[in-house]
Design a protein around this ligand. Sequence first.
Ligand code: NAD
Ligand code: WQD
Length: 336
Amino acid sequence: MKILVTGGAGYIGSHTVVELAKAGYSPIIVDDLRCSQEIMLSGLKSILGKKIDHYAIDAASQDLEKVFIDHPDLGGAIHFAAYKAVGESVQQPIKYYENNILATSNLLKLMLKYEVAHYVFSSSCTVYGQPDILPVTETTERKPAQSPYGRTKQICEDLVFDLMQGGAKLAPVLLRYFNPIGAHESAAIGELAIGVPNNLVPFVTQTAAGLREKLTVFGDDYNTPDGSCIRDYIHVTDLARAHVAALEYLQKGGKIQVFNAGTGQGSSVLEILRTFERVNNIKLNYEIGPRRSGDIEKIWANCDLIEKELGWKAQLGLEEALKSAWQWQQTLNAQY
Ligand code: NAD
Ligand code: WQD
């Protein structure tokens, strides 16, 4: 079955393409590589032993219709294509509203026109803000978004809720990802941090590789056991498999629309650094710095619903994730 994957050359999208192909699907990538590079496509080819169908087009443009015309037998779409840098979204909100919302409404419009119902969307734990009760469940109240990026995720979720309210012939699953980390076991694909990394783990691997002098831990005075912030870090391969499980759920007629995709375990920044050092036998140069503005103190997921309904549960641990992230950094070092 053919599955359209917008943003399929990106970090989570590329890992999902691998898992889709392994599960017998035929992924069709739409990605103009605005936040990615050719290495991801060649990495996919080396893992899968064949070239994956790829359209280098803007998912927010009219060109997207060509994919629906070329493939009248599409069985669903997984929508990753978006900008994701929280800080940049504060500086350039229009860039985020335009791309993230337009690409989503354009894709959904075409899905309705061509009667492609199965839709899996990359939402984010950012829609919860700092929750009052932990762990967060899918019924935890969404707080007002803390960034334009977060707002685009809420709006894209709301668009789906509005469509369903209006009786649209759509079967959606919104996956609220927690913090994806790690890379494919082959080290042929992984997270490409173009410019200064936005997220912790690429900063860690770049520091370990000597590309950055040191890493700053943003605060050790939070109300957590070691004082640093807590997140639910999920191996990207596990997260990729959740998308395959979501498609299978939709094919069986599943009706629940929102699922948390995390591990159910919180880990602190300092735990991440120490685990990275231990499993890779590397000393990291880091210092404790001030808090980063906008950071929430702690969040982790309750993943009972996704386990019960989709039969999906994270299998891989922090150690595997942090080893694979370092191996991917070696691939990048060799390449650039
Ligand atoms: P990424 O930047 O690696 O991948 C996004 C891909 O989409 C890139 O390859 C980019 O070139 C492509 N793209 C963006 N806009 C496009 C457009 N208009 N047309 C065609 N291609 C376009 O990001 P990622 O980490 O893989 O994230 C994927 C999705 O998951 C995003 O929607 C992101 O908001 C969401 N998400 C990510 C995280 C995270 O921490 N990585 C957490 C929660 C949610
Ligand atoms: C993780 C922890 C930092 C860098 C963001 C988005 C969220 C979602 C996931 C998309 C925090 C600490 C980081 C550094 C540090 N993305 N840190 N030093 O902030 O949990 O979430 O990515 O939807 O929406 O907001 O992820 O990787 O930036 O930070 O101490 O150099 O690492 O303070 O506690 P975050 P992150």
